[in-house]
Design a protein around this ligand. Sequence first.
Ligand code: WQD
Length: 330
Amino acid sequence: MILITGGTGYIGSHTAVKLLDQNEDIIILDNLYNSRAEVIDSIEAITGIRPKFYQIDLLDINGLEQIFKENKIDCVIHFAGLKAVGESVAQPLKYFNNNITGTINLLMIMQKYNCKKIIFSSSATVYGTTQEMPLTENSPLGVTNPYGRTKLVIEEMLRDLYASDNEFAVVLLRYFNPIGAHKSRLIGENPNGIPNNLMPYICKVAKGELTHLNVFGNDYDTVDGTGVRDYIHVEDLADGHVKSINKVKNNSGLFTYNLGTGNGYSVLQVVSAFEKANNIKISYKITTRRAGDVATVYADTNKAEEELGFKAQYNINEMCRDSWNYASKH
Ligand code: WQD
């Protein structure tokens, strides 16, 4: 049985669908702070299977233990966590408590019930302001905000846990920039309020809910001066988790992988790809740089390809098409 924490979230729900499609037995845990219970209905509509769902907060250690008492959990995919960079700067303790204390609770209950397989949703943000591109799994680590610090601290805790007990199987997946949505248009990225990230913001402009996109600086040392990132389809990310499940099924050890495409696109290249894929004009204004942004981030994908057999399949046009197909319906 696989427990998916944060399983009604953006990447969690796509991973749940893909695991159900592979006839895996899953349970979803989520506190619904940043997602909706209706996602369970959508997962059932897509797969024909309604996964068991617990509305539990990882800070509720007794509620969490009850799940392990009632179910034989063999492996955990740990998505649950707060992830708004700006909010983490304003409220670091909220992020440390929710993301780090929540994970400590999860790991203590896993150890108590002899569950020693975990796949952790990490992030390229743990590379901090490293300039050397492409980023490999051995690139220097660093943090630029409290959110990124929680991801790095959790990685360090998992490295220490594995060092203390080599029976653990740990996979750290460092996501680059997830966009896109499932072809059914039933699940996707649906942030509340004004989006922080580029693609959901573009979708709200496309829907007419926002008047224009603010492009945060065009004076970077990049192809057109705007920020370059490695966008990856959420379906490719979900596939990376399925391949990681297969990895932990037969191996103990600690494994770290970048999940990206290895290609970088600038903000204006994404705008242009979105306009072309969806035949929609996106108005934008160039504004000042956003604090904490770096010019260019993209992945070296060789290790995931060689060791996981993972290679992203979707191109930027398909990502823009699928993001819009979902956003235009929700
Ligand atoms: C992408 C590019 C912006 C919005 C963040 C988190 C990271 C990870 C992914 C969780 C940049 C530009 C954006 C806008 C813009 N999240 N932009 N106008 O910053 O690469 O990464 O999301 O793990 O931790 O830091 O993604 O989508 O915010 O920005 O010009 O309204 O788009 O400057 O160049 P980012 P993003």
